[in-house]
Design a protein around this ligand. Structure first.
Ligand code: CMP
Length: 136
């Protein structure tokens, strides 16, 4: 079933010049970009996006990292887009992510792991509304 998911190409992806490489992987897979924006977020936006993580011990440095420079937010659409993006992204800890995935091929950190993808239909709905309130 066609669905939408929210992806972030985090500040490490922009700093390292990997935006084109990462977007290409999503597009070559067959997903469509239906909205996209480059922006630098503040701590309040990070807290909203990562609402479920704000009390976790890893959150303060994560907050620092995601607000450290421009990122690219996008909405991708296609069959089972939420699960497909998570498969393409690979495991959260890039050191353990499988070769062939974005994190497995291009990153080596549990925090600076290049990408975020919504982890459920509920999260996708919430995150798309947060990042692209005018998208219908
Ligand atoms: P993301 O998929 O955006 O969801 C939460 C983010 O928190 C995750 O990617 C990582 O960037 C970061 N993260 C999750 N777990 C840890 C951890 N144990 N240590 C550091 N960063 C983490």
């Amino acid at each position: 079933m066609s669905e939408r998911t929210l992806v972030l190409l985090k500040p490490d992806a922009v700093r390292r010049g990997l935006v084109g490489e990462i977007l290409s992987r999503y597009e070559r897979k067959g997903l469509s970009i239906v909205a996209m924006e480059m922006r630098t977020i503040d701590g309040a936006m990070a807290d909203q996006h990562y609402a479920e993580h704000v009390d976790k011990p890893f959150y303060p440095p994560l907050r620092e990292f995601v607000t450290s420079g421009p990122l690219v937010a996008a909405v991708l659409e296609g069959d089972d887009a939420i699960e497909v993006v998570r498969l393409l992204n690979g495991a959260t800890d890039a050191r353990k992510a499988a070769a062939g995935t974005i994190r497995g091929d291009l990153a080596l950190s549990n925090r600076e792991n290049l990408v975020h993808g919504s982890d459920s239909p509920e999260a996708a709905k919430r995150e798309i509304a947060l990042w692209f309130p005018n998208l219908h």
